[in-house]
Write a protein that binds this ligand. Structure first.
Ligand code: GDP
Length: 358
């Protein structure tokens, strides 16, 4: 699962990306087989339940869920016409599951703004217009291809026509009215504005310390229900460089409770429609990621494809029961282990044990 950091130049994307890669949440060393490219950071999803479950089971190690952040440089006005890194940039966005739009709300004489002034709404308009124009071209291209295909599928053609009409009236596809199936088809057709989006408002250190959320009401209105997070990339970067003890003192000095990165990661995780289930044992306590509504065999398949193929049943304890009854044995005695079959829909926080044929 990947999310892309998108925004105009000099808004703080790389600073945020570096904060993520240097923070305590970047635990790539626990995942020896995952290749991290220079612009891809694999980051742990903070989940306080995992630590508690691990301490009850006295697990030797703890492995949180991971999501990947991609620093996508190169969006400038005119990208949809090939300006800047143009197509390369758009191709990168096409591959991510969620778009995190980084918006500059900090002023600094030392950091030039590409359009000469700090104006979050103007910046959002530029970014979204480029994404929209790219989708418009894509819809037109796909429709003309479909018209030439002999075995064209009527439902895809209809969907493309509807998408085209939204785009022509300047509506991002995310904001259109669609069935769940149509939404999933749209993302398969590669539309950028159909992806879930989060706004990340990069504020100054002063605003952060004073607890100000600049442009709050108007940004929330503009976001029309999409998640918005206010944070300072610069402060996060500084926090990420510190040792655990220094970090505590620094946060206290700034009078802020915790690093904003955790907030960003959690918002991204939920915008992706993801939940976690756990496998807990003396060797390791691990959080795994599945889509909301995934069934038990799919969850088993996250661990190994053989588990999914040979799935027989799952033994499931809710995370709360696991904690309340102090582990598997206690939960069993209290009758809190449920045996679930292939149709069971995994719930966020389930502790699961799979039975399967090899
Ligand atoms: P990008 O082009 O969007 O990746 O922007 P960068 O992360 O490279 O940031 C551009 C410049 O802005 C750098 O000099 C950063 O140090 C500075 N910068 C980034 N975030 C902040 C911030 O929150 N406050 C201030 N004052 N400067 C920042």
């Amino acid at each position: 699962m990947q999310c892309g950091l998108v925004g105009l130049p000099n808004v703080g994307k790389s600073t945020l990306f570096n904060a993520l890669t240097e923070s305590a949440l970047a635990q790539a060393e626990n995942y020896p087989f995952c290749t991290i490219e220079p612009n891809v950071a694999s980051v742990s999803v903070p989940d306080w339940r995992l630590g508690l479950l691990a301490s009850i089971a006295q697990s030797k190690r703890t492995l949180p869920s991971q999501i990947q952040f991609v620093d996508i440089a190169g969006l400038v006005k005119g990208a949809s016409k090939g300006d800047g890194l143009g197509n390369q940039f758009l191709a990168h966005i096409r591959q991510v599951d969620v778009v995190v739009q980084v918006v500059r709300a900090f002023s600094s004489e030392n950091v030039t703004h590409v359009h000469g002034k700090v104006d979050p709404f103007f910046d959002i308009d530029v970014i979204e217009m480029e994404l929209l124009l790219a989708d418009l071209q894509s819809a037109e291209r796909q429709l003309s291809k479909k018209q030439k295909t002999v075995d064209k599928k009527e439902d895809v053609k209809e969907l493309l026509e509807c998408a085209l009409s939204y785009l022509q009236s300047g509506v991002m596809l995310q904001n259109g009215s669609w069935t769940l199936q149509e939404r999933s088809n749209l993302s398969r057709l590669g539309f950028l504005t159909a992806k879930p989006m989060i706004y990340l408002i990069n504020i100054s250190e002063r605003d952060l310390i004073n607890g100000n959320f600049p442009y709050k009401d108007s940004i929330l209105k503009r976001a029309s229900g999409k998640p918005v997070v206010w944070m300072s990339s610069q402060v996060e970067f500084e926090i990420a460089q510190l040792s655990q003890e220094d970090r505590f003192v620094f946060l206290k000095d700034l009078n802020i409770k915790c690093s904003g990165l955790e907030n960003v990661i959690q918002e991204v995780y939920s915008a992706m429609g993801l939940i976690s289930f756990f496998t807990i044992g003396p060797k390791e306590a691990r959080a795994w990621t599945v889509k909301k509504d995934a069934k038990a065999p799919e969850a088993a398949g996250c661990i190994h494809s053989d588990f999914e193929k040979g799935f027989i049943r799952a033994e499931v304890i809710s995370w709360k029961d696991y904690i309340d009854y102090k582990g598997e044995a206690g939960a069993k005695n209290a009758g809190k282990i449920a045996t679930q079959g292939k149709e069971y829909v995994v719930q966020d926080g389930d502790v699961m044990l799979f039975r399967f044929n090899v």
